[in-house]
Design a protein around this ligand. Sequence first.
Ligand code: GAP
Length: 457
Amino acid sequence: MEKKLTMDKLVNLCKARGFVFQGSEIYGGFANTWDFGPVGVELKNNIKRAWWKKFVQEDPSTYGVDAAILMNPRVWEASGHVQSFGDPKMDCKNCKTRHRADTIIENFTKGKVSAEGMSNEEMEKFIEEHDIKCPNCGKRDWTPIRKFNPMFTTSRNMVGDEKDVVYLRPETCQGEYVNFLNVQRTMRAKVPFAIAQIGKSFRNEITPGNFLFRTVEFEQMELQMFCKETDGLKIYETYKQKALNFVESLGLKAENLRFHDHDKLAHYAKAACDIQYNFPIGWQELNGIHHRGNWDLSRHSEFSGKTMDYLDPYTNERYIPNVIEYSIGADRLMLAIMSEAYDEETLENGETRVVMHFLPAIAPFKVAILPLQKNLGEKAKEIYGNLSKKFMCDYDEAGSIGKRYRRQDEIGTPFCVTVDFQTLEDNTVTIRDRDTMKQIRLSINELENYIQKAIEF
Ligand code: GAP
């Protein structure tokens, strides 16, 4: 990808055009939180809808849930998050900045050495032997590495003044595991079947940053496929491909996507891989696909005392299913989609046009209605009234038509409908294509079908 885009440019465009604002901005912000504006919320909702359509609506073996964010704290003991979930953190004693030891090693070796699976002691030894200095101040004066538990805690009032610690979930998938029995029973589901959900997760990340890439509050779209052990690897391979097809279908180019198989696996895992995307900050994880064996259901069985067995109605076998997990962040995918869609074109008159080439199905607004002059507003509003029953529409009558087109290009609106004096005579309008900038004349009656066809997904 020719990199016309820097993260700063994208952040500025997002702020100027109503995609994303800094969280709590009027108070000076709140680090690594972001508010989605009128344009951004549409884009993100469309991304989530597209995921739900592909993975839940169109797949009869997948069932959706929307589980509580606050869960019984025992859930996080069973999942291992309370005891061991954590990133290896160390501080620079000289400049008082905090770093992830694994990232420091990976950046120093330009990705040639992966710290995945290294113990704290191994990482400390590596840093010392290679004399790795603080990237901020250039000194080597590190604290020992400590595990840092990034789960946010809150508390719940119990009897009297007593308070119980409650965690904000750091991933959504536990809500899927704890509902395995409920979904299986109520939907009469037969293995293999999956449970999916979309929802907020929270992590007190050591090194958040890079705009939407790593934040402390984000949305995940996660799916757990429950299967027989012997089918696990085949289903894992299928989900790798499905995950790749999905992001390609939303417009991410194949040349900007690659698989990254994990070398070191968690002790219970049988296979794991990420799909990486070539973000403006370089190749980074976009989503994960993990073959988790029967670890999750076994642990919940052990900690809850409820049997998580599945009785196969055909073979009468009783077993705890294996899990294939597919997990992708909605915000991180939105960042990838915006990076891919961004383009700067030089026009014939030498001006530069910034345009977001979103797939029409996920574009924030499908069509903008633009009266050529203010006194055509009545007719234009009538068209807006009819089309907005079907699609998200924008309406703009301020400024020159050229400037209005530019604004729609920058928010990626696939079509602009211009109402002019001829409209009053013959009920036709011009419709302009965002990508080609070509205009055709259409009868108002044909508009809905024309747009509907273009936004199918
Ligand atoms: N349940 C498995 C799980 O949560 P993960 O690799 O930690 O696995 C899955 O997260 C996906 O969630 C990532 O690939 C990424 O897209 C997104 N994600 C994770 N942490 C994030 C963060 N701090 N900010 C934004 N997105 C994040």
